[in-house]
Write a protein that binds this ligand. Structure first.
Ligand SMILES: NC(=O)c1ccc[n+]([C@@H]2O[C@H](COP(=O)([O-])OP(=O)(O)OC[C@H]3O[C@@H](n4cnc5c(N)ncnc54)[C@H](O)[C@@H]3O)[C@@H](O)[C@H]2O)c1
Length: 268
């Protein structure tokens, strides 16, 4: 057993029905955790939850969650905690990206990104703290991993609001870590800054910035990202998933309030 071993740990992964969240859920299961996926997608989510046993363990599950809804968080966390018999790990991964130049800003699209990326993550912290802190339904501390973005650390055109929400996630991560420490919750809170990964969101962004005329084509947009990346490639789902396992595990036991770039060096 290494410090990366998560045997016996119970994890909730938001936005786990596809993309990075799906990969994170599989990596946590492979490391020994039992995982509940929480997502809006009631069709895909349960299928992914069922497939987690292929990576390891049993007893994985799915619960419906709209991360922008406080009452839904309360019921989803209660359901997951009951199903798992506790809660040690929350991965606040659910997020959306709506590409737009600031000069064309649509307030509704901006509010939606703020709601999902910032409020949704904040509500996750709230309900994880209430459940994990002493006296909570799980009650013996734990770990929160928030998913920010390399967009919080660079200036990429076309994602002004999205970048702002992810910068806010970084700052909120630090405040959350401080509150958890001061109040004796026994919860570490960190975030990662993923580089561009060609999930539905990542591929969509490359198309959108080309459509906005910021790059000659989606391929040119991807090429520009790779050019800015010392590691010389795009990110892969597993790159992000392994970083989440590290931050969820005892291997990072003295790490809290940190933001870990997982971007091949793009954001340095
Ligand atoms: N893909 C990238 O290049 C990239 C880079 C940096 C950061 N990120 C971040 O990683 C996270 C995952 O991105 P992805 O590429 O897998 O995106 P994706 O669009 O492929 O998947 C996002 C998932 O979140 C779910 N979701 C969206 N809104 C939700 C809500 N309100 N409640 C519950 N679930 C909701 C969706 O149903 C979907 O399953 C996001 O926070 C994103 O901002 C992605």
């Amino acid at each position: 057993m290494t410090d990366l071993d998560l045997t016996g740990r119970k994890a909730l992964v938001t936005g786990g029905a596809q993309g990075l969240g799906e990969g994170m859920a599989h990596a946590l299961a492979a490391a020994g955790a039992t995982v509940v996926i929480a997502d809006l997608q009631d069709d895909l989510g349960p299928k992914v939850a069922e497939s987690l046993a292929d990576s390891g363990g049993s007893g994985h599950g799915f619960t419906h969650l709209d991360t922008t809804d406080d009452a839904n968080w309360e019921s989803a966390v209660a359901e997951a905690t009951g199903l798992l018999g506790g809660l040690d790990i929350l991965v606040n991964n659910a997020g959306i990206e709506i590409t737009s130049l600031l000069v064309d800003l649509d307030p509704a699209a901006a509010r939606k990104q703020l709601e999902v990326n910032l409020l949704g993550t904040a509500l996750g912290i709230k309900h994880a703290f209430r459940t994990m802190r002493p006296g909570g339904a799980a009650g013996h501390g734990g770990v929160v991993v928030n998913v920010a973005s390399v967009a919080a650390t660079i200036a990429f055109p076309g994602i002004g609001i999205y970048s702002g929400t992810k910068s806010a996630v970084e700052r909120m991560t630090k405040v959350a870590a401080m509150e958890a420490g001061k109040l004796g919750y026994g919860v570490r809170v960190n975030c990662i800054f993923p580089g561009l990964v060609p999930t539905a969101m990542g591929a969509g962004l490359a198309n959108d910035v080309a459509e906005l005329g910021l790059f000659a084509s989606p391929e040119a947009a991807v090429g520009a990202v790779v050019e800015l990346t010392p590691a010389g490639r795009l990110g892969a789902v597993d790159d992000m998933a392994d970083a989440v396992v590290f931050l969820a595990s005892d291997a990072s036991r003295f790490v809290t309030g940190a933001g870990l770039p997982v971007d091949g060096g793009m954001g340095m």
